[in-house]
Structures are given as structure tokens and as C-alpha cells.
Design a protein around this ligand. Structure first.
Ligand code: ADP
Ligand code: MG
Length: 342
């Protein structure tokens, strides 16, 4: 295993704290089940998990857009559980298509100040300043339909920031964008978060997006938090079988000592004829992926046969290509095997 990145020395103050936070829409298991979480101030936090695991419900309870069944939400130590959304110090960034189409970028950004009765000159000055901060100052008079998807996204960000929130909440903000723009906007979100020094809490079902963005990843499953940590830690040391499978790139194997996870690029493969140590397997799939070749295999582990994948660098595969139906041996170095909680 590669050495872990050094952890930040001083612990940062907590921006958002959830205490036994629970949401029950109906009988049975709650949508969010007594979760505890502390989100460091000025950090980029991603709530990650499959559809229906309770991410949006959690975010909406932080925002004040959903009532809490039990438990508490604290912002910088202040209990905000029963405060209305506008009084919390949080703001939600909605997807770009939630902009008003008939208003200019400037008026979209100034809208919530207008609702608060702030005078026109003052709200326009503030909106102009925020648009400038997201590199949109020169396009302030354009309507959303005259802006690109990325530019609309920046207007949506400026609109969320005008209330001077301490915490910005984002629910799948990139999911409506095409793949190219999604990656570009992802980098922008990350840059803005660092520049603004704000706490971002970003909901996504994409582990790739969460890994690219997050200082801290919070992986949820069935209304519970399964693991919290920086991306490299969650990826390299998945705590549970669910995490290992959900993060991808891992094999889950049964050994006499219990279940383990091994990254597919940490698997060693050898032809069966070499008689090397490990478990027997048969090649079922060979997929060229550019830098890597991904092998699918049917392997014999301690409780029967299981599907396994092995990622081989292209050069290694060129040296010794494996073919469909070939019998091989699979092994791994002990430090690459991570025991999974039952
Ligand atoms: P996610 O954002 O992770 O996809 P949600 O928080 O939207 O998940 O939903 C969690 C669970 O709560 C799901 O089972 C969903 O069907 C249910 N749920 C969400 N919103 C409501 C609602 N307004 N009324 C009833 N059930 C809901
Ligand atoms: Mg959701």
C-alpha cells in the first residue's frame, strides 16, 4: 500500500454537526437513521451513495427544506434544527435550469435581495460584484438562454452566494450537464470552494465525482453512514463489502480468515503452468482500455467461484498476453489485502 497523505495538523472548527439526525417519512426503516456527522469548516464534503440512500433528505434537513423527525442540526455550534431556511446561514445551489429565463444574469443573482426589500442600487452592486467573482461580470446583462451551460452554472453559484451563506449545499449540481462540461464545472466548483473558503456539502451518486472533489467523503447506504474519510483512505481502505463494491476497482474475496478487498491493479496474475501460489481462475473477458487491459476472471475462492477483475498495465499485457479461457493463478501481497467488517 502506498503511504497515506499527511493529515492536516490542527483540527479545523466544525461548520456543520448532525446529531442522531433522523427522517421518517413512513413506517419501517427511516430514510435517514440517526446519523452523526461533523463537517470541518472550509472543507469540501461529499455525501455519496446509491440512489435512495438518504443523501438528498440529509441535505434538505440541513437546508431547512425538510422537517427533522428527531435529532439535531448545528451550524458553527448553533442549533438550527427548527429555524426557517432563510435564517440558517446555509444556501442551496440549484441546477442552472432553475434560473429565471426572463431575467438577466444580474437580476437572477439579485433576486433574493429584492425579495428582502434591498434597494435596487445596492442589490445590483452586490450582484455585479459576485458575478465578477465567478468571472461573469462582463455578461451580467445576458439572459440565461444567451449563456452556455457552464456560464449558467456560474450564475447559479453567484445567486446562491448573495445571501452570504456560511455553508453552501449542492444536490447533484452537475448531473444535468454533458460529460465534458461536467468535468470542467467540477474543477471550477473545487476552485471556487478553495477561493471562497466556504464549507461546501455536495450530494452525488458518482464516486468518481466525489473522489475528484472531496476533502471528506461520507458514504451512505440505507439511511446510515458506512464510512467517513478522505477519498484516498476510503478508496484504499474500504471498511465494508458495500463500500468496496460501491467504490469500484476492488475485488471482494472470501478467505478462511474472512472477507477481504484487493484493488484490481494490486492483483498478481501468472499462467497456471507456473504452479505459483494463489487461487485458481479462468479468464472470461479481455478488455483493452488504453493504458490498461482489464481482465475478467472466474476465480475459486474459499466459498466457491466468484467474478474477479485484474487491471494490467498495457506493457505487462503486451509482454504476456492472456487469452479467453486460459487457466491462471491469482495472488496478492499481504499489505494489499484489506479485511472487511462482516
Ligand atoms: P437519495 O438522495 O440518496 O437518492 P432521498 O433522500 O431522496 O435519497 O430518499 C431516501 C428515501 O426516502 C427513499 O426511499 C425515498 O423514496 C424516500 N423519500 C424521499 N423523499 C420522500 C418524500 N417526500 N416522501 C416520502 N418518501 C420520500
Ligand atoms: Mg437525491
Amino acid at each position: 500500500m502506498s503511504p497515506a497523505a499527511p493529515s492536516p495538523s490542527a483540527p479545523r472548527p466544525v461548520a456543520v454537526e448532525l446529531v442522531a439526525l433522523t427522517k421518517r417519512y413512513a413506517q419501517g426503516q427511516p430514510a435517514v437513521d440517526a446519523i452523526d456527522l461533523r463537517i470541518a469548516s472550509g472543507s469540501y464534503c461529499c455525501l455519496l451513495g446509491p440512489s435512495g440512500c438518504g443523501k438528498s433528505t440529509t441535505l434538505r434537513m440541513i437546508a431547512g427544506h425538510e422537517t427533522v423527525s428527531s435529532g439535531d442540526v448545528l451550524l458553527e455550534g448553533r442549533n438550527i434544527t427548527d429555524l426557517p431556511a432563510a435564517a440558517r446561514g446555509t444556501a442551496m445551489m440549484f441546477q442552472s435550469f432553475a434560473l429565471f429565463p426572463h431575467l438577466s444574469a444580474l437580476d437572477n443573482v439579485a433576486f433574493s435581495l429584492k425579495m428582502k426589500g434591498v434597494a435596487k442600487a445596492e442589490r445590483h452592486a452586490k450582484a455585479q460584484d459576485l458575478l465578477a467573482r465567478v468571472a461573469m461580470g462582463h455578461l451580467a446583462q445576458r439572459k440565461p438562454g444567451e449563456l452556455s451551460g457552464g456560464q449558467q452554472q456560474r450564475v447559479a453559484l453567484a445567486r446562491a452566494l448573495i445571501t452570504e451563506p456560511r455553508v453552501l449545499l449542492l444536490d447533484e449540481p452537475l448531473s444535468a450537464l454533458d460529460p465534458f462540461l461536467r468535468i470542467q464545472m467540477r474543477a471550477e466548483l473545487r476552485r471556487w470552494q478553495k477561493e471562497l473558503g466556504l464549507t461546501f456539502v455536495h450530494v452525488t451518486h458518482s464516486q468518481e465525482e466525489a473522489m475528484a472533489l472531496a476533502d471528506t467523503m461520507v458514504v451512505m447506504n440505507h439511511g446510515l453512514i458506512e464510512q467517513v474519510g478522505p477519498p484516498h483512505e476510503v478508496y484504499n481502505r474500504p471498511a465494508t463489502e458495500f463500500i468496496a463494491r460501491f467504490m469500484g476497482g476492488h475485488n471482494v474475496l472470501q478467505t478462511p480468515a474472512g472477507k477481504i478487498a484487493v484493488r484490481n491493479d494490486h492483483m498478481q496474475i501468472a499462467p497456471a503452468s507456473t504452479g505459483s501460489a494463489g487461487i485458481g481462475a479462468k479468464v472470461t473477458d479481455v478488455e483493452y482500455q488504453g493504458t490498461y487491459v482489464l481482465l475478467g476472471l472466474d476465480a475459486e475462492n474459499a466459498d466457491g467461484r466468484t467474478g474477479v477483475s485484474v487491471m494490467l498495465p498495457e506493457a505487462a499485457f503486451a509482454d504476456r498476453p492472456y487469452t479467453l479461457g486460459e487457466d491462471v493463478r491469482l495472488s496478492w501481497a499481504a499489505p494489499h489485502a484489506h479485511a472487511l467488517a462482516a
